[in-house]
Design a protein around this ligand. Structure first.
Ligand SMILES: O=C[C@H](O)COP(=O)(O)O
Length: 249
Protein backbone atom coordinates (compact mmCIF):
# COMPACT_ATOMS: atom_id res chain seq x y z
CA UNK A 1 0.00 0.00 0.00
CA UNK A 2 1.48 3.33 -1.02
CA UNK A 3 1.40 5.97 1.68
CA UNK A 4 0.47 9.46 0.57
CA UNK A 5 2.00 11.32 3.51
CA UNK A 6 5.74 10.72 3.74
CA UNK A 7 7.48 10.77 7.11
CA UNK A 8 11.03 12.12 6.90
CA UNK A 9 13.04 11.59 10.09
CA UNK A 10 16.52 12.90 10.79
CA UNK A 11 18.59 10.84 13.22
CA UNK A 12 21.54 12.86 14.49
CA UNK A 13 22.94 9.80 16.31
CA UNK A 14 25.82 10.78 18.66
CA UNK A 15 26.43 14.06 16.84
CA UNK A 16 25.49 17.47 18.08
CA UNK A 17 26.15 19.95 20.85
CA UNK A 18 24.26 23.16 21.50
CA UNK A 19 26.14 25.01 18.76
CA UNK A 20 24.74 22.58 16.19
CA UNK A 21 21.20 23.72 16.89
CA UNK A 22 21.96 26.33 14.24
CA UNK A 23 21.17 23.55 11.73
CA UNK A 24 17.73 22.99 13.27
CA UNK A 25 17.13 26.75 13.14
CA UNK A 26 18.18 26.88 9.49
CA UNK A 27 15.84 24.01 8.71
CA UNK A 28 12.93 25.77 10.40
CA UNK A 29 13.55 28.92 8.41
CA UNK A 30 13.66 27.07 5.09
CA UNK A 31 10.90 24.54 5.57
CA UNK A 32 7.92 26.90 5.22
CA UNK A 33 7.40 26.35 1.50
CA UNK A 34 7.58 22.57 1.65
CA UNK A 35 4.19 21.03 0.89
CA UNK A 36 2.08 20.43 3.96
CA UNK A 37 1.38 16.71 3.52
CA UNK A 38 4.89 15.69 4.52
CA UNK A 39 5.75 14.97 8.15
CA UNK A 40 9.23 15.96 9.31
CA UNK A 41 10.98 14.97 12.54
CA UNK A 42 14.42 15.43 14.07
CA UNK A 43 15.91 13.06 16.63
CA UNK A 44 18.84 14.77 18.37
CA UNK A 45 20.99 13.26 21.12
CA UNK A 46 19.09 13.10 24.42
CA UNK A 47 21.08 16.02 25.83
CA UNK A 48 19.72 18.34 23.13
CA UNK A 49 16.08 17.24 23.20
CA UNK A 50 14.76 19.95 25.49
CA UNK A 51 16.78 22.69 23.82
CA UNK A 52 15.66 21.54 20.41
CA UNK A 53 12.07 21.64 21.62
CA UNK A 54 12.57 25.36 22.22
CA UNK A 55 14.04 25.80 18.74
CA UNK A 56 11.21 23.87 17.06
CA UNK A 57 8.40 25.40 19.15
CA UNK A 58 5.37 26.40 17.10
CA UNK A 59 6.77 24.94 13.87
CA UNK A 60 5.91 21.85 11.85
CA UNK A 61 9.00 19.81 12.69
CA UNK A 62 8.38 17.06 15.23
CA UNK A 63 10.88 15.96 17.87
CA UNK A 64 12.00 12.42 18.61
CA UNK A 65 14.34 10.40 20.78
CA UNK A 66 16.88 7.85 19.53
CA UNK A 67 16.14 5.15 22.10
CA UNK A 68 14.47 4.65 25.46
CA UNK A 69 14.72 2.14 28.27
CA UNK A 70 11.95 -0.41 28.63
CA UNK A 71 11.46 0.32 32.34
CA UNK A 72 9.47 3.37 33.43
CA UNK A 73 12.18 4.36 35.94
CA UNK A 74 14.75 2.76 38.20
CA UNK A 75 18.39 1.89 38.75
CA UNK A 76 19.44 2.04 35.09
CA UNK A 77 22.52 4.26 35.06
CA UNK A 78 22.95 6.17 31.84
CA UNK A 79 19.55 5.30 30.40
CA UNK A 80 16.66 7.52 29.41
CA UNK A 81 13.06 6.47 29.98
CA UNK A 82 10.18 7.01 27.58
CA UNK A 83 8.57 9.39 30.06
CA UNK A 84 11.78 11.45 30.20
CA UNK A 85 11.69 11.84 26.43
CA UNK A 86 8.08 13.05 26.60
CA UNK A 87 9.07 15.40 29.41
CA UNK A 88 11.79 16.85 27.17
CA UNK A 89 9.34 17.39 24.33
CA UNK A 90 9.61 14.27 22.16
CA UNK A 91 6.58 12.78 20.42
CA UNK A 92 8.40 9.98 18.58
CA UNK A 93 11.20 7.56 19.41
CA UNK A 94 13.50 5.42 17.26
CA UNK A 95 13.74 1.89 18.69
CA UNK A 96 15.82 -1.14 17.75
CA UNK A 97 18.25 0.74 15.52
CA UNK A 98 20.86 -1.68 14.19
CA UNK A 99 23.57 0.28 16.00
CA UNK A 100 21.81 -0.60 19.25
CA UNK A 101 21.04 -4.17 18.21
CA UNK A 102 24.70 -4.58 17.23
CA UNK A 103 26.71 -2.60 19.75
CA UNK A 104 24.38 -3.07 22.72
CA UNK A 105 23.05 -6.53 21.92
CA UNK A 106 19.40 -5.49 21.86
CA UNK A 107 17.11 -8.41 21.09
CA UNK A 108 13.70 -8.38 19.43
CA UNK A 109 12.18 -9.04 22.86
CA UNK A 110 13.87 -5.97 24.35
CA UNK A 111 12.83 -3.84 21.41
CA UNK A 112 9.25 -5.04 21.82
CA UNK A 113 9.38 -4.15 25.53
CA UNK A 114 10.68 -0.69 24.62
CA UNK A 115 7.81 -0.31 22.16
CA UNK A 116 5.36 -1.07 24.97
CA UNK A 117 7.10 1.46 27.21
CA UNK A 118 6.95 4.09 24.49
CA UNK A 119 3.28 3.70 23.65
CA UNK A 120 2.40 3.64 27.36
CA UNK A 121 3.41 7.31 27.53
CA UNK A 122 2.09 8.28 24.10
CA UNK A 123 5.30 8.18 22.09
CA UNK A 124 5.10 7.08 18.44
CA UNK A 125 7.71 4.33 17.94
CA UNK A 126 9.80 3.99 14.80
CA UNK A 127 10.90 0.36 14.93
CA UNK A 128 14.08 -0.39 12.96
CA UNK A 129 14.91 -3.65 11.20
CA UNK A 130 17.53 -4.65 8.66
CA UNK A 131 19.81 -7.40 7.46
CA UNK A 132 23.62 -7.58 7.46
CA UNK A 133 25.56 -7.91 4.22
CA UNK A 134 26.29 -11.53 5.08
CA UNK A 135 22.59 -12.25 5.50
CA UNK A 136 21.74 -10.52 2.23
CA UNK A 137 24.40 -12.44 0.35
CA UNK A 138 22.97 -15.64 1.80
CA UNK A 139 19.57 -14.74 0.35
CA UNK A 140 18.08 -14.24 3.81
CA UNK A 141 17.23 -10.53 3.78
CA UNK A 142 13.45 -10.83 3.60
CA UNK A 143 13.32 -13.68 6.11
CA UNK A 144 15.59 -11.94 8.64
CA UNK A 145 13.75 -8.66 8.40
CA UNK A 146 10.35 -10.37 8.63
CA UNK A 147 11.43 -12.17 11.80
CA UNK A 148 12.66 -8.89 13.29
CA UNK A 149 9.35 -7.22 12.51
CA UNK A 150 7.28 -10.01 14.04
CA UNK A 151 9.52 -10.17 17.11
CA UNK A 152 9.91 -6.46 17.72
CA UNK A 153 6.38 -5.14 17.33
CA UNK A 154 4.09 -5.17 20.34
CA UNK A 155 0.38 -5.95 20.66
CA UNK A 156 -0.54 -2.42 21.67
CA UNK A 157 0.59 -1.05 18.30
CA UNK A 158 -2.56 -2.25 16.56
CA UNK A 159 -4.32 0.77 18.02
CA UNK A 160 -1.48 3.28 18.03
CA UNK A 161 0.47 5.29 15.46
CA UNK A 162 3.87 3.82 14.66
CA UNK A 163 6.30 3.27 11.81
CA UNK A 164 8.77 0.59 10.80
CA UNK A 165 12.11 1.60 9.29
CA UNK A 166 13.90 -0.83 6.98
CA UNK A 167 17.61 -0.10 7.21
CA UNK A 168 20.01 -2.61 5.64
CA UNK A 169 22.98 -2.62 8.04
CA UNK A 170 25.42 -2.58 5.13
CA UNK A 171 23.84 0.59 3.72
CA UNK A 172 24.14 2.68 6.88
CA UNK A 173 26.80 5.36 6.56
CA UNK A 174 28.49 3.57 3.66
CA UNK A 175 27.11 5.35 0.61
CA UNK A 176 25.78 2.00 -0.59
CA UNK A 177 22.08 1.42 -1.17
CA UNK A 178 20.06 -1.57 -2.31
CA UNK A 179 18.54 -1.44 -5.79
CA UNK A 180 15.04 0.00 -5.98
CA UNK A 181 13.78 -3.53 -6.71
CA UNK A 182 15.48 -4.84 -3.57
CA UNK A 183 13.96 -2.03 -1.49
CA UNK A 184 10.50 -2.80 -2.92
CA UNK A 185 10.93 -6.51 -2.25
CA UNK A 186 11.92 -6.08 1.40
CA UNK A 187 9.29 -3.42 2.05
CA UNK A 188 6.64 -5.82 0.76
CA UNK A 189 7.99 -8.50 3.10
CA UNK A 190 7.94 -6.02 5.99
CA UNK A 191 4.32 -5.13 5.25
CA UNK A 192 3.31 -8.79 5.18
CA UNK A 193 5.09 -9.41 8.50
CA UNK A 194 3.41 -6.36 10.06
CA UNK A 195 -0.01 -7.68 9.01
CA UNK A 196 0.78 -11.17 10.29
CA UNK A 197 1.78 -9.68 13.63
CA UNK A 198 -0.88 -7.00 14.08
CA UNK A 199 -3.62 -7.70 11.57
CA UNK A 200 -5.05 -5.34 8.98
CA UNK A 201 -4.54 -2.34 11.30
CA UNK A 202 -0.86 -2.54 10.33
CA UNK A 203 -1.67 -1.37 6.80
CA UNK A 204 -1.86 2.26 7.89
CA UNK A 205 1.65 2.43 9.41
CA UNK A 206 4.36 3.82 7.13
CA UNK A 207 7.47 1.81 6.31
CA UNK A 208 10.49 4.09 6.06
CA UNK A 209 13.69 3.32 4.21
CA UNK A 210 17.02 4.21 5.84
CA UNK A 211 20.65 3.76 4.80
CA UNK A 212 22.66 6.34 2.84
CA UNK A 213 19.63 8.40 1.83
CA UNK A 214 21.11 11.53 0.25
CA UNK A 215 19.78 14.51 -1.72
CA UNK A 216 20.68 12.80 -5.00
CA UNK A 217 18.91 9.48 -4.37
CA UNK A 218 16.01 10.52 -2.14
CA UNK A 219 13.45 11.10 -4.91
CA UNK A 220 13.88 7.70 -6.52
CA UNK A 221 13.90 5.86 -3.20
CA UNK A 222 10.85 7.73 -1.93
CA UNK A 223 9.11 6.91 -5.19
CA UNK A 224 9.28 3.16 -4.57
CA UNK A 225 5.96 1.51 -3.80
CA UNK A 226 5.58 0.95 -0.03
CA UNK A 227 8.31 3.45 0.88
CA UNK A 228 6.43 5.73 3.23
CA UNK A 229 9.33 7.95 4.18
CA UNK A 230 13.01 8.00 5.09
CA UNK A 231 15.17 7.65 8.19
CA UNK A 232 18.16 9.84 7.46
CA UNK A 233 21.44 9.81 9.36
CA UNK A 234 24.42 11.73 8.02
CA UNK A 235 22.46 13.88 5.58
CA UNK A 236 20.21 15.16 8.38
CA UNK A 237 23.11 16.93 10.08
CA UNK A 238 23.21 19.68 7.46
CA UNK A 239 20.00 21.63 7.04
CA UNK A 240 20.68 22.18 3.35
CA UNK A 241 20.99 18.44 2.62
CA UNK A 242 18.07 17.44 4.81
CA UNK A 243 15.88 20.07 3.18
CA UNK A 244 16.66 18.65 -0.26
CA UNK A 245 15.52 15.22 0.96
CA UNK A 246 12.36 16.75 2.41
CA UNK A 247 11.65 18.44 -0.91
CA UNK A 248 12.07 15.10 -2.67
CA UNK A 249 9.21 13.75 -0.57
O1 LIG B 1 19.11 6.23 11.38
C1 LIG B 1 19.64 6.47 10.30
C2 LIG B 1 20.33 5.47 9.55
O2 LIG B 1 21.13 4.65 10.33
C3 LIG B 1 20.94 5.89 8.27
O3 LIG B 1 22.17 6.54 8.44
P1 LIG B 1 22.89 7.19 7.16
O4 LIG B 1 21.85 8.02 6.46
O5 LIG B 1 24.01 8.00 7.71
O6 LIG B 1 23.33 6.05 6.30
Amino acid sequence: MKQSVKLIVGNWKMHGVAADLVEARALIESVHDVRADCRIALCPPATLTDRMRQVLAGGRIELGGQDCHQAPSGACTGSVSAEMLVDAGATLVILGHSERRGAFGETNEEVSAKVEAAIAVGLEPIVCVGETLEQREAGQAAAIVSAQVEGSLADGLSERPFAVAYEPVWAIGTGLTPSLEQIAEVHAAVRSAMIRRLGQAARRAPILYGGSVKPDNAAEILGVSEVGGALVGGASLKAEDFLKIIRAA
